[in-house]
Write a protein that binds this ligand. Structure first.
Ligand code: SF4
Length: 634
């Protein structure tokens, strides 16, 4: 049976389609639902013929052209090149993270290390774990060393010292190190009812290890902690420090956990569902769905009201869908991650710590079972038989080795019941994403990770423009003739205005400019739904952070007045602004571009000023009007 190229499903009375390879998803109306029953496996004429009794030919043609447009923007049905196909099977090598469970060092109790000197053993373990991380990092530059403790940080001075030593060694090795301190099984004072019976953990990630001492205090206190105190500890509002509360559900009634933590003020909340299954394989995946869906509904309502916080694993899933970043493997066990327990034994993942059959060796012996470790290269959806035809493969990433092992006894064999539940909640997430997307939720803020220098991804722009009358794509070599035709003799600001006020070039130079924009420019061709080019958009970030100059050119002047173009264009600018963290655009227009000026005013721009004699053209100097617009007000 061939792989399903577009998967259709129904959820909550609505219909959706998703490309399993790119993760591009959209809500279907009745006609696109019917067309997608055939598209792209049969010819367009066959589709017209098969649906002739159900839908008018013109509407069918419109849906097909929408799908073709998505295809041309590489949002759906991409055809990977031969070398790309090969790369899918390549394993990303190099350790990125080592989790170390520190030995218990309470002098009153018998130490759990092999050594009788527990504090010294902890130091030694820390150093060896760091050697393991740096020694196996290969080309990886950004590393994490994570200290795992139970209840509270027992000896903060020791952890601080280990972190500082680690930071020094990482710097010498040319690596960027984040240290994390993760306390599991935190005892809560006045446990809210919603959290009863579940395991609560607190994790702090600190980019500058020199600053660890300032933030560990709250996690080092013995005795029950209130949620308010935990929230304060985990959200110190210091640059480079991020904290999260992690709840591992121990029974299916966990639907109230997220509201309780949100009300307590936590900004990053994680539901560790994988941990739940790994710890208790008797949990029925279907019974866990209710709690997850309750959490998702609450989260969606909050986001719809623009109350942003991050809920894992839902927020990363939204981010992948939004950004078109498929994830064929979600579990880094054994390839990018190793774990070390308090006795120095090494495991492929912290979730597998203590399981004899996964022990890879011991730090003190300096030996790792390489053959056993290599078996983990085959984790993930690309090499797992059950995942290859699963429509959720690039969202789920093939699941987690520890969960598969707990449920089926094999770390490479997913449990069918778990997969069904997994697909069910992913379908719910796709549905929620589409609803939130049309409500204008800013997913970059939800995920909270977008670098301010990031360029707008074509995928995200295409998504923003989908179902509008304006699309776009990057300029291609094949556009040369058209661009030269548009530019020659044009007196639009797009072509004749230059901030340097110098415009001396041969026709050949101008043609080359059209095809090879400056490095910082992001230049796109604007497309109609049919895929026909009708204009150009160029965004050039300015020196003041958050501002950019935008150049716009529509080939046919009448398009400036079209409502559909204005609507689509406004969405594009907003999306480009959100993607690049731009708050305002300045757009130049020549005095004679009257329709263009009306277009800008209608979008919400206002005239900010005039640059006198900024363009020398046809033997005279000409003024250029500058229009300014704030993305929030467009
Ligand atoms: S849901 Fe199951 S079959 Fe599908 S990708 Fe995940 S682990 Fe594989």
């Amino acid at each position: 049976m061939p792989k399903e190229r577009i998967h259709r499903f129904e959820h909550g009375g609505k219909r959706y389609a998703i490309d399993p390879e790119t993760c591009f998803c959209f809500e279907c109306d009745a006609i696109s639902w019917d067309v997608l029953e055939y598209y792209p496996d049969v010819s367009v004429n066959q589709i017209y013929h098969a649906l002739a009794d159900k839908h008018p030919r013109g509407e069918l043609a419109e849906v097909v052209s929408e799908l073709e447009w998505l295809r041309s923007t590489k949002s759906i049905l991409t055809t990977p090149k031969r070398e790309e196909l090969g790369k899918r099977f390549e394993v990303e090598r190099g350790l990125k993270r080592v989790v170390l469970r520190l030995p218990h060092i309470n002098a009153q109790e018998a130490p759990r290390t092999e050594s009788t000197d527990a504090p010294a053993a902890a130091d030694q373990l820390g150093r060896r774990a760091l050697e393991l991380l740096l020694g196996r990092a290969r080309e990886q530059k950004t590393l994490t060393l994570e200290f795992l403790e139970v209840g509270h940080v027992q000896n903060p001075q020791r952890v601080v010292q280990l972190c500082e030593d680690a930071a020094r060694a990482a710097r010498l090795a040319g690596k960027e190190l984040t240290v994390a301190v993760w306390v599991t099984d935190v005892e809560l004072a006045k446990t809210p009812k919603a959290l009863e019976g579940h395991a609560v953990g607190a994790k702090l990630e600190i980019k500058d290890a020199q600053g660890v001492a300032a933030h560990l205090g709250g996690l080092a206190r013995q005795g029950p902690a209130t949620l308010a105190r935990l929230a304060k500890t985990l959200q110190p509002e210091a640059p480079g420090v991020a904290g999260r509360i992690v709840v591992c559900p121990k029974h299916p009634e966990f639907g109230g956990v997220v509201p309780a933590l949100d009300n307590a003020g936590f900004k990053i909340i994680e539901l560790d569902l994988d941990g739940a299954y790994a710890a208790d394989p008797r949990l029925e995946p279907q019974t866990m769905l209710a709690g997850l869906s309750q959490s998702a509904v609450y989260y969606a309502e909050k986001l719809r009201a623009h109350n942003y916080f991050r809920l894992d694993p839902i927020a990363p899933l939204f981010w992948r869908i939004y950004n078109g970043s498929p994830q064929p493997r979600s579990d880094p066990a054994g390839t990018n991650e190793l774990a070390v327990d308090e006795t120095g034994h090494v495991y492929p993942s912290w979730r597998l710590m203590g399981r004899e059959e996964f022990r890879l060796g011991a730090l003190q012996d300096g030996i790792i079972d390489e053959e056993r470790l290599a078996e983990f290269e085959n984790v993930g959806s690309v090499t797992t038989a059950a995942c290859m035809r699963c429509w959720a493969r690039n969202l789920c990433g093939g699941g987690t080795a520890a969960v598969h092992h707990a449920l089926t006894g094999s770390f490479r064999t997913p449990c069918p019941d778990w997969c069904n539940a997994q697909r069910e909640w992913m379908a719910a997430a796709v549905s929620a994403f589409n609803i939130l997307s049309s409500a204008g939720v800013n997913f970059s803020r939800v995920y909270n990770t977008l670098a301010s220098s990031a360029k707008p991804s074509l995928f995200a722009l295409a998504r923003a423009a989908f179902r509008m009358t304006v699309g776009m794509r990057p300029i291609e070599e094949a556009d040369a003739a058209m661009l030269a035709r548009w530019e020659n003799w044009s007196d639009a600001a797009y072509f004749v205005y230059d901030e340097s006020a110098v415009l001396m070039a041969t026709r050949y130079d101008r043609e080359m400019d059209a095809l090879h924009p400056r490095g910082i420019d992001h230049e796109l061709i604007l497309l109609r739904k049919s895929g026909a080019p009708f204009g150009l958009l160029k965004i050039r970030p300015e020196q003041t952070p958050g501002t950019a100059r935008a150049f716009v050119y529509l080939r046919n002047e009448a398009d400036y007045a079209a409502d559909s173009v204005r609507r689509g264009f406004r969405a594009i600018l907003k999306e480009a602004g959100a993607q690049q963290s731009l708050r305002s655009f300045t757009v130049p227009a020549m005095k004679w571009e009257k329709k263009f000026a009306e277009f800008l005013l209608a979008l919400g721009f206002s005239k900010a000023g005039t640059q006198r004699e900024a363009v020398y053209l046809h033997g005279h100097y000409h003024d250029v009007d500058l229009y300014a617009g704030c993305t929030e007000k467009l």
